[in-house]
Ligand binder design. Structure first.
Ligand code: NAP
Length: 392
């Protein structure tokens, strides 16, 4: 799949096989009352959170548009810039790059209000209320620290960090500074996946028993993506973390994982290029993720399915279609707008900032996605199933 690597979400299950909201508050801070999507959510009350997360969130300090600065003007930053353009005049967009000329070129291209030749200059500028951090994974903690020092909100690209230990430190920094942190797990906001979540919660296919996620394609990694130290691994922590989010969205919390990878296809890349991951959900359901960027000549149109005791629900890997096949309720839907969910994600971020509330997708949930990745890496090393709770 293309590395506008799309897709994500997350919900915990109530009990074995259930797709209903959980009785106790989930460990990831997921709310049973969480609305399905920003559009469906409206101005709903913020989700209830564990006591540890009830720190106040610094709100947007002034009237007028929210000053959003895109930090790191690489490939995916351009996707955010296009989404942000759609939010005008609610946002005033600016760009920060290590190269002033690159930031200025983006400002001109997207009609921004300012361009900064360093990330620090953007963070300290009073016109900037929030940073949209689009830098490599090894810099995520550093750039959240930068935002925290200046009291700025952060929309941080996924994954939250390279390790669970690093993620916990990042969460501690954000909480300590009282800043809003939304991790850019855009699968959560993709219209097709949000619609799937709503159907599952409504019990459209009954109790979830099986999840089969297929996301295989071909893309040779380049630059920092070839270096384990900078990515934190290989494919699974990069594009794969989205699909893990989808697994958890459909099947609930994951208890254990086993992972296998074939020998690498690209000698220049240190991390894995293909992973097959078998998951045991806490509910007792099972899931399989087949994820690869080293599978030549496959069609990009692939389907992932979640099956319950009353039917099956599928989405295609590009988030264009949803197919429900259930007793008394079968339907096929096509999604054309905001397919990656980036405008919905940014809308939620800006709304949370203006309302001084936590985002609908808690950063702690993306920490759980990472824990599954890390457990899978441990399983690749040991050849054994690994408990997600033991991941570091
Ligand atoms: N949600 C999704 O679907 C999705 C898709 C793709 C990527 N992403 C995520 O977005 C983030 C950026 O990925 P990308 O594909 O946009 O990467 P990229 O094209 O390599 O851009 C990264 C940018 O970070 C800045 N940077 C700062 N220090 C750097 C360093 N030491 N090495 C390299 N770049 C550095 C650079 O911008 P300046 O030179 O302008 O400062 C660079 O252009 C990652 O977290 C990635 O996982 C998410």
């Amino acid at each position: 799949m293309e590395s506008g690597d799309a897709l994500d979400p997350v919900r915990e299950s109530r009990g074995p096989g259930s797709v209903l909201p959980p009785a106790p508050p989930p460990a990831v801070g997921w709310s049973a009352a969480e609305p399905e999507s920003p559009a469906a959510a409206g101005p709903a009350a913020p989700p209830s959170r564990p006591a540890s997360l009830r720190a106040p969130i610094a709100g947007h300090p002034s009237v007028g548009p929210v000053g959003l600065c895109i930090v790191g003007c690489g490939r995916f930053a351009m996707f955010h810039a296009r989404a942000a353009r759609r939010l005008r005049p609610r946002v005033a967009l600016s760009f920060a790059s290590r190269e002033a000329s690159r930031a200025e070129a983006c400002r001109r291209r997207f009609g921004g209000t300012a361009a900064f030749g360093s990330y620090e200059a953007a963070a300290e500028d009073p016109r900037v209320h929030a940073l949209v951090v689009c830098t490599p994974h090894h810099l995520h903690l550093e750039h959240v620290r930068l935002a925290a020092r200046h009291g700025k909100a952060v929309l941080l690209e996924k994954p939250i960090a390279r390790t669970v230990v690093e993620a916990d430190e990042l969460l501690r920094v954000a909480r300590g500074a009282g800043i809003l942190l939304l991790v850019g797990e855009n699968f959560h906001f993709m219209p097709a996946f949000a619609a799937a979540r709503a159907l599952l919660r409504r019990g459209a296919i009954g109790r979830v028993r099986q999840v089969l996620v297929a996301a295989r394609g071909y893309r040779r990694p380049t630059g920092w993506r070839c270096r384990r130290e900078e990515t934190g691994g290989g494919l699974l922590i990069d594009g794969g973390v989205h699909w893990i989010h989808l697994l958890r969205d459909w099947g609930g919390a994951i208890a254990t994982v086993s992972a296998l990878a074939p020998p690498r296809l690209f000698p220049e890349a240190e991390g894995e290029d293909t992973v097959f991951l078998l998951a045991r959900f806490e509910s007792g359901a099972v899931g399989l993720l087949a994820n690869s960027l080293a599978t030549p000549r496959l069609p990009r149109w692939q389907w992932s399915w979640v099956s319950g005791d009353g039917g099956s629900l599928g989405v295609d890997s590009l988030g264009r279609t949803l197919w429900l096949r259930a007793r008394g309720d079968s339907r096929f839907r096509i999604f054309l707008r905001d397919r990656r969910g980036l405008a919905a994600q940014l809308t939620e971020f800006v709304a949370a900032l203006q309302e001084g509330r936590p985002p609908l997708l808690p950063a702690e949930s993306t920490r759980e996605d990472l824990a599954v990745v890390r457990a899978a890496y441990r399983s690749l090393e040991t050849g054994q199933p690994v408990r997600v709770a033991d991941a570091s």
